[in-house]
Design a protein around this ligand. Structure first.
Ligand SMILES: [Zn+2]
Ligand SMILES: [Zn+2]
Length: 560
């Protein structure tokens, strides 16, 4: 039986386009992992969707004077298109504004409520008498009590970075009308997270292989002691609390967003015409549930969401949570508010997807923050993709065209060197697979490039341009071996460079789809003697200096 794996990537927030920080943190590593598991023959589904609720969306909608639905529609479709063009291949990409998701979230809430895991609490909260509403944290601004800058938000001061409570702000103002709000009594619903501390600690103790950032972050929270968390807010945009006396309250976005993994799976099953099939994953303890996230999401995925699942009781718990650190841009912290970011759709206007996938995999922020620098991107493209991988393929195939009529030359007797490079294929296949099983994309893609380097060295040492004149059988064996190496590379590169992988498979005129190959079978696959190769093309183009300079200038010009 193939292993059942349910992979999710953090739902991106639909109030702006995708940027490289998102891609490096969750989506590229998750997609690499899923493509690898599909080649291994695992029964894997890859689930995601847009997170479309919450205050940042209503604030943007207020500012633009449009309904929130218009904001989320714009960014949902934009992100979906960027994912498609980047080859991030979800089995389902849903959105949390769907009625299906509202219903599933309300049912989830009621399940917890009926079991006594949700309680009401009266709280003092700022209320704007002019706007006639209670104000969520981000609708209040004032002077920061720490750094005394103006314009600090009710949840955080962006100047000094400290987290705040609205009551700490000096001279608070309603962000909409500018008047001074009053503290009044209201009620909210709280999830009894404190009851789950022991269970969560025991559960995490059974996961010694988890990444240290997730374990350390969680143990910090456990040490402080988990407290009950409010799960409702006072806005109009979101999922109604399904209880009497809850007018004007919606579920807090952190509560409904992870439930989106379930509702997106339900939508996937419905679209297939097998509406119950999602249960084969979510309700089967043999399924491994893996959440790919950035480190800002650790608390929700390692603590709050598993506690929600424990409280609910019908679903499996996460098996692993490979959380990545942050991506900085040209040495500085990525900031969307200051527009210090590289946006996916703008990247795709100029460059093909694979060089970015390659760079973000080779430079993944796995164990510490990593930096995206345009010059480094250019170097990786030119001196690795073009000069190593592309060059090996191009010069060997053009040699076969010229000297062997574009057909796979016969191999009469393999030399020690021929056998050695094919043994390296077997070795690399095993090592890349092992790294990917452990979510080490960076090491895996390094091993892929090392194999291409070894291939170039093998080709240089064999010097077919001279053996073609003196030892035609030996030359044929070299070229045959180099082509088998390329067939292996075409499949090995699929998780990282899926577009190039497909083009190389076509250039080799290899049978079927490279996606139907099996990972463990990569070292054994052979294109037969006399097999006619396809049309050769250049797989990677070098990026010239002025093109990169223009990107660097654009980044600085857009920075606020
Ligand atoms: Zn401050
Ligand atoms: Zn107001």
């Amino acid at each position: 039986m193939p292993e059942k794996i349910l992979v999710t990537a953090a739902l991106p927030y639909a109030n702006g386009p995708l940027h490289l920080g998102h891609l490096a943190g969750a989506y590229i590593p998750a997609d690499v992992y899923v493509r690898y598991q599909k080649l291994k023959g695992s029964d894997v589904i890859f689930i995601c969707g847009s997170d479309e609720h919450g205050v940042p969306i209503t604030i943007r909608a207020d500012r633009e004077k449009v309904p929130p639905q218009e904001v989320v529609d714009r960014y949902h479709f934009m992100m979906k298109e960027s994912f498609r063009r980047l080859g991030v291949q979800f089995d389902n990409y849903s959105r949390t504004s769907l009625p299906l998701h509202h219903k599933i979230s309300q049912d989830f809430f009621l399940n917890l409520h009926n079991k006594g895991f949700i309680r009401e609490q009266e709280v003092k909260q700022y209320c704007c008498v002019i706007c006639k509403r209670f104000l969520p944290d981000r609708y209040i601004e004032g002077e920061c009590p720490h750094c005394h800058r103006r314009g600090a938000r009710g949840d955080q001061c962006e100047s000094c970075g400290r987290w705040l409570e609205p009551e700490q702000l000096i001279s608070p103002r309603c962000k909409v009308c500018g008047s001074s709000p009053e503290l009044r009594t209201t009620k909210h619903w709280y999830f009894k997270l404190s009851q789950f501390q022991k269970k969560l600690e025991d559960w995490q103790d059974s996961k010694p292989a988890w990444k240290s950032n997730v374990r350390e972050f969680s143990s910090g929270w456990f040490k402080e002691g988990l407290t009950d968390r409010p799960i409702t807010r006072d806005i109009d945009w979101g999922i109604r609390v399904p209880l009497p006396g809850s007018e004007g309250k919606v579920l807090y976005v952190w509560f409904d967003a992870p439930i989106g993994y379930i509702s997106s799976s339900v939508e996937w099953a419905q679209n297939l015409g097998t509406p119950e099939r999602w249960r084969d994953y979510w309700c089967d303890p043999k399924t491994r549930l893996i959440h790919f996230i950035g480190k800002d999401n650790i608390v929700f995925h390692a603590i709050v969401w598993p506690a929600m699942l424990m409280a609910h009781g019908e679903f499996i718990l996460p098996d692993d949570i490979p959380a990545n650190e942050f991506l900085t841009i040209e040495g500085n912290k990525l900031s969307t508010s200051r527009n210090w970011a590289v946006w996916a759709d703008e990247y795709l206007e100029v460059f093909p997807p694979d060089p970015l996938r390659y760079y973000l995999a080779a430079n993944a922020p796995e164990n510490k923050d990593a930096d995206f620098a345009w010059k480094e991107f250019q170097t990786r493209n030119n001196s690795e993709l073009a000069d190593v991988l592309g060059n090996l393929i191009n010069r060997s195939l053009s040699f076969v065209e010229k000297h062997f009529a574009g057909k796979v030359p016969p191999i009469r007797e393999a030399s020690v060197h021929d056998r050695a490079i094919l043994a390296q294929v077997a070795d690399a296949t095993a090592r890349i697979g092992k790294s990917l099983d452990q979510f080490q994309v960076r090491r895996a893609v390094g091993d892929l490039m090392d194999l291409a380097r070894a291939g170039n060295k093998y080709f240089n040492d064999a010097a077919p341009w001279s053996s073609v004149k003196t030892d035609r059988d030996g030359c044929a064996a070299t070229l045959n071996t180099t082509i088998q190496l390329q067939a292996a590379l075409a499949v090995l590169m699929e998780p990282f460079l899926p577009f190039t992988s497909e083009r190389l498979w076509t250039m080799l005129n290899a049978p079927g789809s490279h996606r139907d190959r099996r990972w463990d079978d990569i070292p054994n696959f052979r294109l037969p003697e006399n097999h006619l190769l396809g049309k050769r093309e250049i797989l990677f183009h070098k990026i010239e200096d002025p093109v990169i300079e223009a990107q660097i200038q654009k980044l600085h010009a857009a920075n606020k």
